[in-house]
Ligand binder design. Structure first.
Ligand code: KMH
Ligand code: ZN
Length: 270
């Protein structure tokens, strides 16, 4: 098995400080959270930014400041969200890619999120991918269902420069694939041989789905974007606490944690 790559998704667009006061929303809080997660064993940080009202934003200046502050303080692979929040216009989702982070998320299909649609039109997926190819940014292909995964695989076939591809399987959203062992195995069975993948379980599914991935050679994403709880009814104290638990689980199962350099090699980031 490859060494384990742990991604910390520290903020997201949908969670709020009222749900968990430890959610990092200012640049300072996000930099601190990233450093803590990196020290705990994370090698990728998935970033959204928030404006002065703590609302989700794709503001270029905020992404620029956050990226430069993180780069000054620690060696971690920076992955920008291009998903933004539900309803963020595609022009805003594209904008931060000009800052050339090492990675960015690429959502390859539309899905209901709560009462709204997280819209990813084929032409918008194409524009995001072209901007990533132009700026040599490694996409993390986000899939929430089997059909989306199959679309993503066809998309990679059409764009050979994106190969070997890295997929993120998101399990346990309301309208997406549910978090079960069988579904994880089925999703994996579809992947091209040279592809890598990570697993993100939403809410209470974060811990069991991480465990499955650790044991079977997948990579893992944890953090407040997907889950704000430590255990039922108990809030997590920090993103780093969730990373620490992932590292502890990996140790129990003799799975080595990737260094940032190793993570770059596994993900084929030049
Ligand atoms: N906030 C969701 C609508 C991503 O970062 O690429 C989309 C999202 C995915 O968070
Ligand atoms: Zn995200």
């Amino acid at each position: 098995m490859d060494d384990l790559i742990i991604t910390a998704a520290i903020t997201g667009a949908e969670t709020s400080k009222t749900q968990n006061p430890a959610l990092p929303v200012t640049i300072e809080e996000q930099v601190k959270a990233t450093i803590e997660c990196q020290k705990a064993g994370a090698t990728v940080v998935h970033l959204h930014v928030r404006d002065e009202n703590q609302s989700p934003s794709q503001d270029l200046a905020l992404f620029k400041k956050l990226k430069s502050e993180i780069e000054k303080n620690c060696d971690i692979i920076i992955q920008f969200s291009t998903g933004g929040a539900v309803g963020t216009p595609i022009s805003e989702r594209l904008a931060p890619l000009q800052l050339k982070p090492e990675m960015a998320s690429l959502n390859v299909g539309s899905i209901n999120f709560g009462d709204e649609v997280f819209e990813n039109l084929p032409k918008d997926i194409e524009s995001l991918a072209q901007e990533m190819i132009k700026n040599k940014i490694k996409p993390e292909i986000e899939v929430y269902d089997v059909g989306m995964l199959e679309y993503g695989i066809r998309f990679i076939d059409k764009h050979p420069s994106l190969s070997p591809a890295h997929f993120q399987f998101v399990f346990g959203t309301h309208s997406g694939i549910s978090a079960t062992t069988e579904n994880y195995g089925f999703m994996r069975s579809k992947l091209p041989l040279n592809a890598t993948h990570a697993v993100a379980g939403v809410g209470r599914h974060q811990l069991p789905m991480s465990s499955l991935a650790i044991i079977t050679g997948g990579h893992v994403r944890v953090g407040f974007e997907d889950n704000i709880y430590w255990t039922k009814g108990v809030l997590a104290k920090s993103n780093a606490q969730l990373v620490e638990r992932t590292v502890a689980l990996a140790k129990i199962h003799n799975r080595k944690i990737a260094s940032t350099e190793t993570a770059r090699k596994i993900l084929n980031i030049k």
